[in-house]
Design a protein around this ligand. Structure first.
Ligand SMILES: [Zn+2]
Length: 90
């Protein structure tokens, strides 16, 4: 992949990562507030949050990868180079 295309793809993945994390945070908060509002049991809330967290984790493992070597980039969101293949990502 060309450098520009690689950086563009990284920007797309980083942007998607931020959006999905913000959505997940909003969903966690909404689930908590709705469960308190309608008096739903904690078991349902814990189940819902577990499903959301598992989905977020699975999506992150799929999305947060180096566009050059496809290896997982780890937990850092601020990253300039791939720790595996040293590809410049920004
Ligand atoms: Zn890489």
């Amino acid at each position: 992949m060309q450098d520009d295309a690689l950086k563009r793809e990284f920007r797309r993945r980083r942007s998607a990562q931020r959006k999905v994390q913000a959505l997940a945070l909003a969903a966690f908060l909404a689930a908590f507030l709705v469960s308190r509002w309608i008096g739903m049991g904690d078991g349902y809330l814990i189940f819902g949050i577990t499903v959301l967290a598992t989905g977020l984790l699975a999506w992150t493992m799929h999305n947060w990868r180096c566009p050059s070597c496809s290896r997982y980039l780890g937990s850092r969101i601020v990253i300039h180079r791939c720790p595996w293949c040293d590809a410049e990502l920004r």
